[in-house]
Design a protein around this ligand. Structure first.
Ligand code: AMP
Length: 476
């Protein structure tokens, strides 16, 4: 399919696409739309940034139009489950944009905001409801919503949902849905537990896949700066001042770290803002809006807070702290080079544990990343990043390349596999975002981060019985 016309989408939808300047379908759209429009279940392996939202929203809108019925009170015809508030908001915006010439009713049911308005928004029933799992269950349990009329279910970013401990909530929700429905299931990776979940939820699904990790990574110029830990703030400021930065997303491992980086940048005369789980929803929305418009060019974020941020035109991703989860590195750098653009990813790597993280990342992406030594003389006795793969030539010059398909499950190791501790908290008490972000700094007062990193390793697996408040998985 080379044009949206080929899909035979209803006229009001085609008009909206023209207004959105969508001309050529992305690969996931080209594969998914013709199948989903027939009513068949689909499993799609695709990341955010590949155009997957339209790949499920467009056929669903088309099918809603084919059978225009008024939703009954407190019901929805389409239920989209997404892991985060931000992503949910963006999905709803997309539905509303593509459905702007249809009299579409829609609502958002997400945590972290008072329930009253959301309850009222469902009173009359809606065509499309986008929700995070925890708050959705609250609404169902509070009799604000009935799920018996759902005709279309979308599960977006299933692997993230699993990571964030939503699996039981999802099972509970699915158990309340009619068996006769169309289900569209998307995940960036397809490890065994996700495949099992899909198996239970879908009937005779068609499988579609794009390999965004490889294709996205290919367009990104990646660079490792070997630095002294204490010099990271100054080097970051230097990068932001000297590189041609359109928008930069800076990743830190901890919330505290994000705030500290922002303070340092502001002191250096570089306007920056942080978003993380400790910030209010209002703050996050304000900052994201300013980042989108370009009023703020540097955003400092933790991994959790950055999930689902859908901002085009990020020219630079900077890893102030390297992540210990190699897939997270790929997700992070995939924030740049969106919608066909090029991008630059720069990682500041100090010695110690970060060298190990770097080796894991290079192993995953199967590329030896180019390294530049920015350590001050006298500090250089620390070993350079001697990845075992270093002698192997990079497959695509300085650009990363991951020939591996996305279906491996390396994420099943380490702290990425967080399960929700089985605490008996009421659902609604758990709605604050970012609870399982580390609240402790990874640096000590001298800025030496090694102890902090080791601590982080340990701490990111909370004790089963007594989850610390800030370690509970993010509730939507
Ligand atoms: P998504 O992966 O759904 O988050 O989409 C990533 C970005 O690409 C969003 O800003 C979309 O508006 C945009 N987009 C999606 N499909 C197309 C398309 N076919 N042509 C141009 N832009 C698109």
């Amino acid at each position: 399919m080379t044009s949206f016309q080929d899909f035979g989408l209803a006229d009001p939808i085609s008009r909206a696409l023209k207004e959105e300047n969508y001309v050529t379908p992305t690969p996931i759209q080209a594969q998914t739309i013709p199948i989903a429009i027939t009513g068949r279940d689909v499993i799609g392996i695709a990341q955010t940034g590949t155009g997957k939202t339209a790949s499920f929203a467009l056929p669903i809108l088309h099918r809603l139009l084919e059978n225009r019925i008024k939703p009954q009170p407190k019901t929805c015809r389409v239920l989209v489950l997404s892991p985060t508030r931000e992503l949910s908001g963006q999905i709803l915006e997309s539905f509303n944009a593509y459905g702007r010439h249809i009299k579409l009713t829609s609502a958002l049911t997400i945590g972290g905001v008072p329930m009253g308005r959301q309850v009222r928004s469902l009173m009359q029933g809606v065509d499309v409801l986008v929700a995070t799992p925890g708050r959705l269950l609250d609404m169902v349990q509070g009799n604000a919503l009935k799920l018996g009329q759902v005709e279309f279910l979308v599960l977006d970013e299933a692997d993230r949902m699993l990571d964030m401990g939503f699996i039981n909530d999802i099972r509970k929700i699915v158990a309340k849905l009619p068996a006769k429905r169309q289900t569209l299931f998307f995940s960036a990776t397809m490890p065994k537990d996700i495949a099992d979940l899909a198996e239970q939820m879908l009937q005779n699904p068609a499988r579609v896949a794009v390999t965004p990790v490889a294709s996205t990574v290919e367009r990104i110029t990646q660079k490792i700066l070997q630095v002294d830990h204490s010099a990271k703030p100054a080097i970051l400021a230097q990068i932001l001042k000297t590189e041609q930065v359109n928008r930069a997303l800076v990743f830190t491992r901890t919330k505290h770290g994000a705030d500290k980086v922002v303070k340092g940048l502001v002191k250096a005369g570089i306007p920056a803002e942080a978003i993380h789980g400790n910030k209010s929803q209002n703050h996050r929305e304000r900052v994201l809006a300013a980042f989108r418009t370009g009023d703020i060019r540097t955003l400092v974020a933790t991994d959790i807070a950055a999930r689902g941020i859908d901002v085009d035109g990020i020219s630079h991703v900077i890893n102030f702290d390297l992540t210990n989860v190699p897939e997270t590195y790929v997700h992070r750098i995939g924030r740049t080079a969106r919608a066909g653009a090029d991008g630059t990813a720069i990682s500041l790597v100090a010695g110690g544990e970060e060298l190990g993280y770097l080796r894991d990342i290079e192993k995953l992406i199967r590329v030896t990343l180019p390294k530049e030594d920015r350590r001050t003389p006298g500090h250089q006795q620390r070993p350079a990043a001697a990845a075992p793969s270093q002698h192997r030539p990079a497959r695509s010059g300085s650009h990363g390349h991951n020939p591996r398909s996305n279906d491996a499950a390396p994420g099943s190791k380490g702290p990425r596999r967080r399960r929700r501790p089985g605490g008996g908290m009421p659902q609604s008490d758990r709605h604050e975002a970012g609870r399982h972000e580390q609240s402790r700094p990874s640096q000590n007062a001298k800025g030496e981060g090694i102890q902090g990193v080791a601590f982080l390793h340990r701490e990111s697996r909370p004790a089963q019985n007594q989850p610390r408040r800030d370690q509970r998985p993010q509730r939507s």
